[in-house]
Design a protein around this ligand. Sequence first.
Ligand code: CU
Length: 147
Amino acid sequence: MTTRRTYLATIGAVATSTGALAGCLGGGGGSGSSKFDGYLSDTSNFDGSVTDETGSDTVTVKVGTQGNNGANGFSPAAVTVSSGTTVRWKWTGRGSHNVVEENGDFRSDMMARKGETFEHAFDETGTYKYYCRPHKTLGMKGVVVVE
Ligand SMILES: [Cu+2]
């Protein structure tokens, strides 16, 4: 009886050395900078997370939220939607901004007043990158992923 108990106590020591490697897998940027070919790597309000709004008919993205050296953020900066979804950009009233898709798929006017909106219906799947013309160099950019 006593020999079995001794055996169980000794195997515990073997398991300790494998845990150290796990910490290296996260990558250097630490904030999702490699996502979307690095398109949002200088977007300060993008933390690497892509908001899942699949299944919603209409999704709102705020324009002029805190970030990028002022009220120069799109929130959420990155969002996943289902095909057929209408995305409605809604201005916060802080700063003058617009919404410009990189490939010219859509482009809003410059707007500043709180509550103003711009809408685009996404019928085709793909990854749509867009920016605010005056604040692009500060990092005011966003991505809509359409599944
Ligand atoms: Cu802007």
